[in-house]
Design a protein around this ligand. Structure first.
Ligand code: HEM
Length: 81
């Protein structure tokens, strides 16, 4: 079964993550935004970068290996809803 945004990815963002990033026009809970194919899925990729390099969320808690692996699988499964 492929990784689902609604079922697997979205629940990993805390309400505070979603709230704070809305201010920067970055709706982490919005499938259309997160799966936007433009720029080689640039939105999804830059979010992944901040999670991997632990620049987000500021001060943590940072995503663990399992969470990062799930996100990466979402990517290789083709960003399924
Ligand atoms: C491309 C991706 C992202 C960019 C460019 C970005 C950028 C920023 C910037 C500029 C701030 C405000 C300055 C700061 O507090 O450092 C901020 C705050 C925040 N971001 Fe992100 N962010 C991204 C992704 C994320 C993700 C994936 C999460 C959560 C998993 C997240 C969670 C937060 C939170 C919780 C704050 C508020 C921190 C506070 O006020 O204490 N951000 N982000």
């Amino acid at each position: 079964m492929s990784v689902s945004f609604e079922k697997d990815i979205k629940p990993m963002f805390r309400p505070i993550d979603v709230e704070h990033m809305k201010v920067y026009n970055m709706p982490l809970d919005d499938y259309a935004y997160m799966s936007d194919p433009s720029n080689d899925h640039g939105n999804a990729r830059s979010v992944e970068e901040t999670l991997k390099d632990q620049s987000m969320p500021p001060g943590g808690p940072y995503w663990d290996e399992q969470q990062l692996a799930l996100y990466s699988q979402w990517k290789s499964d083709g960003y399924q809803p």
